[in-house]
Design a protein around this ligand. Structure first.
Ligand code: N01
Length: 555
């Protein structure tokens, strides 16, 4: 009988799923290292999250010059953002430009949805099956599937009877939706809702906003780019990169303490006022590290935000409803808005407290509230978020060693080593996976770090003739402990957020992000690689131990 190990030649060396920031970077890096790579994406264009999230007002809430690839000086130098925070179409254009510039398209298969990914131990090969019925094989699988890529639409009785249009912000029609003169409801007031609401209010005849939980939001400080700053950044990218790699959040500023003892309050208020005027996270939320750990400093900042809402919103009842109280500031993503609170001063905008008077049901013409009110609607916008962090891999039908599914492995929440690999899923690498710094740090730098780490790891395996890599259970449970310990020093776990899976019914409540510091994380991952991948096991070409040095376990 032929040995299964030699029975098939894989179609590729690496299959990458996802053609957003992570997938494009992975393709460029791995192809550059000499591997045969294919990228698969369900969308009809590149861009990942920036392909799908086309809702009105969608823009990045991180300054664009920090939200760009830094792995190539040329790419960085040759692209110029038109605004401080780029809008979705411009970011999509940027990623298309990168795809052309790096000649990536020839290795990307668009309109290709992965429905299963199964690992075969005998020949250490992943087989990817697509919705169209194709099967593609490779020894390595890279999940560049994003942290927020599976939209979540809650169940509402009667929603299927509604005769108007229903659109989720994260699967907005490419051709757009004309909301002019229409009666629109937005359900949800997270980052997406808060960006969309002011823009929708401009064209809708009536806008009804359903808010279940108020969020903290600050002015984004949207403005033209400061050309001098851009020129300086382009000229000194290497220094900026160095500083950001060594920064606790992957940016170029170090947070300081807000310092709110009694004598300091007046000074702190004046400082916050100055920063509020400039707008943006780095100015306020990310600027003070004690805010994330110290309840008193946190409440001081939270109350400052509430005072701003009361200043802006004319109706005091509406203002109070818009004041966030149920979670420490920063423990849910703080939103960056453009005239969000001002929108509630408009005559055509109504705020509904969806906690006090929840939606009872939909019918053909609109929505019925629990207090008996009926609101006639033409369009419902679901700004209801995502099955975050774990949703994409779970939806992809990933099956590892001995038939273990990712659902089995993550039944009590995600368990990983470094947020990069999972026990029982050899040769599967995640980019910005759960338990890595991902969404709470500079995403693009986090992606670039993982891409570099994964490319180096595969190179290492090639050099040593290794067929497969996966973490040891001990290393994985040690990383679980580290992630938990880092979170327990902060206020993050105190919120009912998507960071802990609270927005998806039945999802285990576990804090899913590593918050021990981006710089520390990078050093940890890199040291592990340099020391011969401590905490990982390798399988040699004949299934036997192929490498055994300084405690590297082999099987
Ligand atoms: O989703 P969310 P999002 N009835 O989960 C409400 C990133 N992002 O798409 O809080 C009524 O934050 C829910 O209410 P509650 C960013 O990281 C970035 O807005 O559960 N309401 C909440 O208000 C962000 O954090 C940008 O009580 C219901 C809302 O829906 C992440 O994406 C832009 C409900 C969901 O908010 C997710 O943001 C946009 C129900 N049954 C997003 N179910 C950038 O700028 C849910 N809700 C880069």
């Amino acid at each position: 009988m032929p040995d299964a190990r030699e029975s098939r030649t894989p179609d590729f060396d690496v299959i990458v799923v996802g053609a957003g920031f992570a997938g494009l970077n992975a393709l460029h890096s791995l192809r550059g290292a000499g591997y045969r790579v294919v990228v698969l994406d369900a969308a009809d264009g590149v861009g990942g999250t920036w392909y799908w999230n086309r809702y009105p007002g969608a823009r990045c809430d991180v300054v664009s010059i920090d939200y760009s690839y830094t792995f190539s000086d040329e790419l960085y130098r040759d692209w110029s953002w038109s605004e401080r925070y780029a809008q979705q179409p411009e970011i999509e254009r940027y990623l298309n430009w990168v795809a052309d510039r790096l000649d990536l398209r020839k290795d990307i298969r668009l309109g290709t949805r992965v429905v299963s990914a199964v690992y075969e131990d005998a020949d250490a090969t992943w087989t990817i099956s697509t919705e169209a019925g194709d099967h593609i094989t490779a020894p390595f699988l890279v999940a560049a599937t994003g942290c927020l890529s599976v939209p979540s639409t809650p169940h509402f009785d009667g929603l299927d009877r509604f005769q108007g249009e229903i659109h989720h912000t994260a699967s907005w029609p490419a051709e757009g939706v004309d909301l002019t003169g229409r009666r629109v409801a937005v359900i949800g007031t997270g980052s997406s809702g808060i960006q969309a609401i002011p823009v929708i209010a401009e064209s809708a005849s009536e806008l009804t906003v359903f808010q279940r939980t108020a969020n903290f939001s600050l002015p984004a400080g949207q403005r033209e780019n400061d050309e001098e700053r851009v020129r300086h950044r382009k000229a000194s990218l290497a220094q900026w990169r160095e500083a950001a790699w060594n920064n606790s959040a992957g940016f170029d500023f170090e947070p300081a303490a807000l310092g709110v003892d009694d004598l300091e309050r007046e000074r702190a208020y004046a400082e916050l006022d100055r920063r509020w005027g400039r707008g943006g996270f780095p100015e306020i939320v990310l600027a003070f590290d004690d805010v994330f750990k110290n309840r008193e400093a946190n409440e001081f900042l939270a109350e400052y935000f509430r005072s701003k809402v009361r200043e802006i919103v004319r109706d005091p009842d509406v203002a109070e409803l818009l004041c966030a109280r149920d979670h420490p500031i920063g423990s849910k993503r703080v939103c960056a808005d453009t005239r969000y609170y001002e929108t509630f001063n408009r005559d055509n905008v109504t705020l509904i407290d969806a906690r006090a008077t929840p939606i009872a049901s939909f019918d053909e013409t609109g929505v019925l509230l629990s207090d008996g009110r009926h609101i006639e609607l033409d369009v419902v916008v679901m700004a209801t978020g995502f099955d975050a962090m774990t949703g994409a891999l779970r939806r992809m039908g990933v099956v590892g060693r001995h038939g273990t599914t990712i659902d089995d492995a993550w039944a009590s929440g995600p368990h990983t080593y470094l947020g990069i690999q999972v026990v029982s899923f050899p040769n599967l690498f995640m980019i910005t996976g759960p338990q890595s710094p991902s969404v709470l740090n500079n995403m693009i730098l986090g992606i670039e770090h993982h891409v570099r780490w994964i490319t180096n790891c595969i190179d290492f395996m090639r050099r040593h003739g290794l067929r497969s890599i996966e973490p040891t259970p001990e290393a994985q449970s040690g990383w679980d402990d580290e992630v938990r310990a880092a979170a327990s020093e902060t206020l993050y776990p105190q919120a009912e957020s998507w960071y802990v899976g609270a927005n998806i019914p039945g999802k285990p409540r576990v804090f899913m992000v590593y918050v021990g510091g981006f710089d520390k994380y990078v050093r940890t991952c890199d040291a592990i690689a340099e020391e011969g991948y401590e905490g990982f096991v390798f399988d040699g070409p004949d299934g036997a131990a192929a490498l055994s040095r300084s405690g590297i376990a082999t099987q």
